[in-house]
Ligand binder design. Structure first.
Ligand SMILES: Nc1nc2c(c(=O)[nH]1)N[C@H]1C(S)=C(S)[C@@H](COP(=O)(O)O)O[C@H]1N2
Ligand SMILES: [Mo]
Length: 324
């Protein structure tokens, strides 16, 4: 049996035949699970997560958009996560995200645009060449990672939907599927599901905004937001919404999950900023993973997470203490 099989959109366009376009990933994965039952995942990874089930992607490196800082090891990127749909513990996503089925997957596009509709994942991704971008990810909780993402510039994807001049914001929504997402079944959850995020249109169209479908050369693990998630590297991690099922163009600023929960602590803009502390902790530095008790690996937090050259102009004349 094949060891590596690629989703249709991972192949060069010339290699995509009509049959392959509809290649059923779930059927393939089921076959793989039986075929490799005798192999073990590395002991350091949860039994529920099988990195061998991830599929290789074709991509070209985008060095102009990538940091050459040391990458956070794969094991940390896929084991230490925030994905409240599966629980609030850092290891809940790696343990439970396999309960979410990601194939087939489609995204509803609506609102102020010329090409609304329900798009199959393949149709969103196929027209684009995948890029690899190594970005810093800075969580509002003061830890950070350096992750090699694979995906598509968000602007390139959004332009295909032909946003109208009334589109001032773009809104994103995560899958709402309590049967598959145990955090959504929890009686203690403070989140009004689905998880929601949004960007101002000029932020969405900035060259750094990225729609990721993979990391470390493979399709996204479920715990990292499979099959498609946003990556906005100059903003706190909670803006980088996972497992997206809706994209809506709108005139008004959308309500977003963390702002809805605690507006005095988390704003709509959420730009990384060491000068504006969180009400309950400092944002001046961050633990760069891997980080342990004996070697926490503190580093200085940079304004706009070090991406000021590309994005500072978006906020000219705005008081970043007011618009946090
Ligand atoms: N749907 C959804 N998206 C989400 C979250 C979440 O709980 N649910 N957590 C966010 C937060 S707080 C962070 S720091 C990043 C973490 O991404 P990672 O687990 O891939 O490192 O995902 C963001 N996207
Ligand atoms: Mo975060």
């Amino acid at each position: 049996m094949p060891i590596h099989k690629r989703p249709s959109w991972a192949l060069p366009y010339s290699a995509v035949t009509p049959e392959r376009v509809f290649l059923n990933r779930r059927t393939f994965m089921a076959g793989l699970a039986i075929g490799t039952a005798g192999l073990c995942a590395p002991m350091s990874l949860s039994a529920a997560f099988r990195p061998d089930s991830l599929e290789d992607l074709n991509f070209s490196p985008a060095p102009d958009f990538s940091t050459d800082e040391e990458k956070t090891p794969f094991e940390d990127v896929v084991r230490y996560n925030n994905f409240y749909e599966f629980g609030t513990g850092k290891d809940d996503p790696v343990r439970y995200a396999h309960e979410m089925s990601v194939d087939p997957w489609s995204v509803v596009v609506d609102g102020e645009c010329g090409k609304p509709g329900t798009y199959a994942l393949e149709d969103l991704v196929k027209p684009h060449t995948l890029e690899e971008r190594v970005y810093r990810l800075r969580c509002v909780e003061a830890w950070s990672m350096v992750i090699p993402w694979i995906g598509i510039p968000l602007a390139d994807m959004l332009k295909r939907f032909e946003p109208t001049s009334r589109a001032k914001f773009v809104y994103f929504e995560t899958l709402h599927e309590p049967d598959e997402m145990r955090g959504q079944r929890s009686l203690f959850s403070t989140i009004d599901w689905p998880y929601r995020e949004g960007l101002r249109m000029d932020e969405a169209m900035n060259e750094l905004s990225f729609m990721a479908v993979g990391l470390y050369g493979k399709t996204l693990p479920n715990q990292n937001g499979a099959p498609i998630r946003l990556v906005v590297p100059w903003k706190y991690g909670f803006k980088s919404i996972k497992s997206i099922v809706r994209i809506r163009f709108q005139e008004d600023q959308p309500a977003t999950t963390w702002e809805m929960i605690a507006p005095q602590e988390y704003g709509f803009y959420a730009n990384v900023n060491p000068e504006v502390d969180h009400p309950r902790w400092s944002q001046k530095r961050e633990r760069r993973l891997p980080s342990g008790l004996l070697s926490p690996n503190w580093v200085e937090t940079q304004k706009f997470n070090g991406y000021g050259e590309q994005v500072a102009h978006l906020y000219k004349g705005m008081d970043l203490r007011q618009y946090y």
